[in-house]
Design a protein around this ligand. Structure first.
Ligand SMILES: Cc1cc2nc3c(=O)[nH]c(=O)nc-3n(C[C@H](O)[C@H](O)[C@H](O)COP(=O)(O)OP(=O)(O)OC[C@H]3O[C@@H](n4cnc5c(N)ncnc54)[C@H](O)[C@@H]3O)c2cc1C
Length: 421
């Protein structure tokens, strides 16, 4: 990254992916949407072409062991680009220009794989994370439950420890990739004593593999958009897995793993929004020039020009936010307010740009033949998923007020430490 744009290397990756997505993936979108072609098949092909194993999976696992990483880096003369946050951002952006649903499948598998790669014992990480991050298998990660969405840490699914076994009971709802996943990363409340049942800090990820007795799946739900990515429920009835599948130290609060996954997801969502905005602006601009009414191109009308200008400014803002997030990720910095602010702005901007594109394109915009119609339905998810726009605003306010000694929680509670000093 240099200044306000991607570096030359990043631009080359962007160009390569743009061509691949346009030529190889876009023609398959109708089949992905109707479900006659699975997203995992398309992603596996992308992975082989883009050498995901070498780009992400292996470098991420190498980073687990610093010494081994250094040895490998010395041998190969450099480290993989798995540590460069711009590369996945470009991947999410370019995929979202043609199919945000496909991008969501990728995000869910990456979210599951990256957590296992960084937190699981090495043997488990190598066995499960490598194929996930190479997109050979499908992963999902599950926080939301039927009764707990925004209040995610009030979850009811429990994990209990008995010797070398962890047992899960409960259920999850609205989980992307659940109907087709090979590996499930389940957030559960670790209950060792009665008081743990209300403790919102004892939230641990537990790895469950497809076919484990007691694990059952609901059918894929019908929904407004993101048709390329199935969403469903997961049920746990005494699902027993080895102790090594519980990630983290039960002696310590572990909610930070879930929070870190959410932050990474929010940055990826900003990249997806930029892809949708770029595509809508491009299609709307071309349409405005080609479409004639009252004897001239509609691009000649100032109300059309105003829409294009508004879309352009949204693109510039979201692009700048994404470049800043990538920089923050590389520097291992970033406050919750910065991340939530970017997610909130980008998702609302993407919906608004897609709606502007539809309006500008008239009947053609409303028709399923146009990309903006589908992109709008897909991207609307992100004002809800990964934390709603309302929750992002509360998170920003919480962070700002805390700096002044005024503490709030998302349930409306507060304490004013500043007034007591
Ligand atoms: C297609 C799809 C895919 C998904 N994929 C996943 C996944 O892979 N993994 C996963 O864990 N989850 C996933 N989710 C769940 C998603 O993260 C939740 O839907 C989201 O967090 C909101 O929760 P909820 O739907 O229960 O809404 P609720 O929490 O019931 O909220 C309803 C409304 O109340 C508002 N609200 C709630 N609390 C407050 C408050 N304190 N102040 C003001 N307003 C408030 C909300 O903003 C919202 O407008 C997915 C959802 C969908 C639709």
């Amino acid at each position: 990254m240099s200044g306000f744009e991607f570096s030359e290397t990043h631009q080359a990756v962007e160009e390569f992916l743009r061509r691949y997505c346009t030529e190889e993936i876009e023609p398959l979108v109708p089949q992905l949407e109707e479900g006659s072609l699975s997203s995992s098949e398309v992603l596996r092909k992308l992975s082989a072409t883009f050498q995901m194993k070498e780009m992400f999976a292996e470098p991420m696992l190498m980073a687990r062991n610093k010494k081994r990483n250094e040895d490998e880096a010395n041998k190969s003369g450099g480290s993989g680009s798995g540590s460069d946050p711009a590369i996945p951002a470009i991947l999410f952006k370019e995929l979202s220009r043609v199919s945000p649903g496909l991008s969501l499948c990728l995000l869910s598998t990456f979210g599951c794989g990256a957590t296992i790669a960084s937190k699981a014992p090495l043997e488990l990480a190598e066995r499960l994370a490598l194929p996930l991050l190479s997109l050979e298998t499908v992963g999902c990660w599950a926080l939301t439950e039927p009764a707990t969405g925004s209040d995610a840490f009030a979850m009811r699914t429990t994990a209990t420890l008995d010797g070398d076994t962890v047992t899960l009971n409960g259920s999850k709802a609205f989980i992307s990739n659940a109907p087709c996943a090979d590996v499930f990363l389940i957030y559960a409340r670790l209950v060792e004593q009665a008081s743990d049942r209300d403790d919102k800090t004892r939230i641990f990820p537990v790895v469950v593999e497809k076919g484990t007795p007691g694990l059952t799946l609901g059918k894929a739900i019908r929904k407004m958009g993101m048709h390329a990515c199935p969403t469903g429920e997961i049920f746990f009835d005494d699902v027993a897995v080895p102790r090594s599948h519980l990630l983290g130290d039960p002696a310590k609060p572990a909610r930070d793993v879930a929070e870190a996954t959410l932050s990474t997801e929010r940055a990826a969502i900003v990249a997806m929004c930029l892809g949708v905005i770029e595509r809508c602006l491009q299609d709307a601009t071309r349409y405005a020039i080609d479409r004639e009414q009252f004897g001239k191109p509609i691009a000649a009308f100032q109300l059309t020009q105003q829409k294009l200008a508004r879309m352009f400014v949204a693109k510039e803002n979201v692009q700048n936010l994404l470049l800043k997030l990538i920089w923050l990720q590389a520097e291992k910095r970033g406050t919750p307010a910065e991340i939530s602010g970017a997610k909130w702005y980008a998702t609302e901007a993407a919906v608004s740009v897609a709606m502007d594109a539809i309006q500008l394109m008239g009947g053609m915009g409303y028709s399923s033949e146009s990309a903006p119609e589908r992109l709008m339905r897909d991207i609307k998810l992100w004002t809800i998923g990964g934390g709603t726009s309302e929750i992002q605003q509360l998170t920003i306010a919480k962070h700002l007020l805390r700096q002044e000694g005024f503490s709030i929680d998302l349930a409306g509670g507060y304490s004013n430490d500043a007034s007591q000093t």
